[in-house]
Write a protein that binds this ligand. Structure first.
Ligand code: FAD
Length: 546
């Protein structure tokens, strides 16, 4: 075989990345994580960004509720810089079943999930834009979390501690010797080459893709696939996470996320984790649900829609995706199928990924004969020390105080390292999100940013109201200046990025956003000669493409 590692992890979402960090912090050497696309390109980069308090699950799934409550507290300690402590409200509207309120209170008490009932006037004082028809309101410890940064900084910490992280590396085969898994075959889509890796243990952390991987050796996991669609509003409509107090349904949760608000989600069975284009029915049901929570949503611009794939543990006869638990399961294939050296993990949540990794690594270490306690509940992620003075930073980076505050809110104490990439320049590349050129250079050098899409996810460049209309050219030129990528490569990914953005904008291209899209197209075509490029590369959405 071409390479040898002790543990290979397949899947660069939050689960696989947390496993890599846990193994590295417990002293296991020679860990390799393989991701077929960019890091966090699956559900980990396509979710609601809600740090669950557990309250969402107290009625139907008490185990998940307890786990979320525990992990919520841990994440606040180890990653405070990635969390905005918005708090959460559960609201009951006249159309919601009143009996659910009692079930909710009972569930919170049984699971130990903290809650407090507010009066209607207290709730409206806290959130004046809430629907004034609310009947009951409860405050819980929900928060908004930056899912991309959580995944990326966890990966960064894993790599600092010795793990190798390899994006754009797809596992295309599992290599067996008799009933033992002894390695994997990998396709490197950047260098267009195939190679093999020998490994003592192979971990399948591909979640919605899990059965595609196990199928390579004839194993079928009892999971069903589901898609959840979300819409993004161009501004913060509320400053608190708001949940509906009713059995889980479409459009239950509105999350304030940086400069935007995210409304979701639906739950639709799918047969392929790549089939993620939201339908117009889903979009309209999300808009309707948002307006029920806050009438302000009616006049707010929707800038994008996206969907994420979930793997849900099958319950045999009752497989309605809304009814299935959001818990996780570890499949030790030696016990389940008599195939040694191979373990799968599926299900769970972003909020509980650290715990899932801890449980899985316990199984791995037992197999490797290593005894090492898990430290991830107390070891902070890079940047967790937030003791940074924004006025000092503003002076050093030659930017406004407001921009400095935004940068600190994204990176916490990591700005001390990022500042070294400023080269004395005070350039703000994305003015919607106040992204400094130093952040982008840091992401390219240290956080595996290889294209425009990666830059938007790591630094929030292009994630705000104009959706990269203004900064996309600058992002391309910063990639080019890094000397890591050829002009052709950057152009390819530039086109890829525009296509992806169209896919996200096309379903919400009505009302205010339609005008915005026409403006964007006019600017691209009149100033950037894009009419030529668009024709050549078929960037515009066509029925065939989307
Ligand atoms: C719509 C939606 C909203 C959600 N909202 C929340 C929320 O607000 N809060 C919360 O806590 N949780 C939320 N979740 C759940 C959470 O997002 C997921 O539990 C979590 O992101 C799963 O992470 P993962 O690493 O297991 O899977 P993924 O992030 O999907 O990662 C799997 C990775 O495996 C890679 N892969 C697949 N096949 C291969 C291969 N052959 N070789 C190499 N790599 C491969 C994929 O490219 C992918 O990147 C939400 C989920 C969805 C779908």
């Amino acid at each position: 075989m071409d390479e040898k590692h002790s543990v290979v992890i397949i899947g660069g979402g939050i689960t696989g990345i947390s496993i890599a960090r846990d193994l590295a912090l417990r002293g296991v050497s020679d860990i390799l994580l393989l991701e077929k696309d960019a890091l966090a390109s699956g559900a980990s980069g396509r979710n609601h960004g809600l740090l669950h308090s557990g309250a969402r699950y107290v009625v139907k799934d008490p185990l998940s509720a307890r786990e979320c409550a525990q992990e919520n507290k841990i994440l606040r300690k180890i990653a405070p810089h990635l969390i905005e402590d918005t708090g959460g409200l559960f609201i009951s509207l006249p159309q919601d079943p009143p009996s659910y309120v009692d079930e909710f209170i009972r569930g919170c008490k049984n699971t130990g999930v903290e809650f407090e009932e507010l009066s209607i006037s207290e709730a409206l004082k806290l959130e004046p834009n809430l629907n004034p028809e609310i009947l009951r309101v409860f405050h819980v410890n929900d928060a908004s979390i930056d899912a991309f940064q959580l995944a990326l900084l966890t990966a960064y910490d894993a790599s600092i501690n010795g793990a190798s992280i390899r994006p754009f590396s797809k596992v295309i085969d599992i290599i067996k010797d008799g009933m033992d898994v002894i390695g994997v075959k990998v396709y490197d889509s950047l260098r267009r080459r195939t190679y093999t890796i020998r490994s003592e243990i192979v971990i399948n952390a591909t979640n919605a893709w899990a059965n595609k991987v196990t199928k390579l050796i004839g194993i079928q996991l009892p999971i069903i696939l589901d898609r959840g669609t979300l819409i993004v509003f161009s501004r913060r409509i509320l400053n608190t996470v708001v949940n509906r107090l009713r059995p889980p349904s479409d459009g239950d949760i509105l999350v304030p996320h940086h400069t935007t608000s995210i409304m979701g989600t639906t739950s639709i069975s799918i047969d392929d984790p790549e089939k993620l284009l939201p339908s117009s029915e889903e979009i309209f049901s999300m808009v309707k649900a948002a307006v029920e929570i806050t009438p302000e949503a009616r006049s707010s611009r929707i800038i994008r829609a996206y969907a994420g794939p979930r793997a849900l543990l099958s319950m045999g006869a009752n497989n309605s995706s809304r009814e299935l638990p959001r818990s996780y399961r570890i499949f030790d294939h030696e016990i389940e199928n008599g195939v040694s050296g191979f373990i799968s993990i599926v299900g769970g949540k972003l909020t509980t990924a650290r715990l899932m990794a801890e449980k899985l690594v316990d199984v791995v270490l037992k197999k490797l004969g290593i005894r090492a306690p898990c430290p991830t509940h107390k070891e902070s992620l890079p940047g967790a020390d937030r003791d940074i003075n924004y006025e000092d930073l503003a002076k050093k980076m030659k930017i406004s105080n407001a921009a400095a505050m935004r940068i600190i809110s994204r990176w916490g104490g990591m700005v001390r390292e990022i500042i070294n990439y400023a080269n004395g320049e005070g350039t703000i590349v994305c003015s919607c999100e106040s992204v400094h050129v130093a952040e982008l250079r840091f992401a390219i050098e240290k956080l595996w940013a290889m294209n425009i899409d990666d830059l938007t996810k790591r630094c929030r460049a292009g994630m705000g109201p104009c959706q990269a209309m203004n900064c996309v050219y600058r992002l391309a030129s910063i990639l080019r200046q890094s000397n890591n990528f050829s002009a052709d490569y950057i152009l390819d990914y530039f086109i890829h990025f525009l296509r992806r953005r169209w896919r996200g904008e096309y379903p919400v291209m009505f009302s205010h956003q339609e005008r915005q899209c026409i403006l964007k197209l006019a600017i691209y075509c009149c100033l950037g000669n894009f009419d030529k490029l668009l024709k050549k590369y078929e960037v515009l959405p066509s029925a065939k493409r989307i």
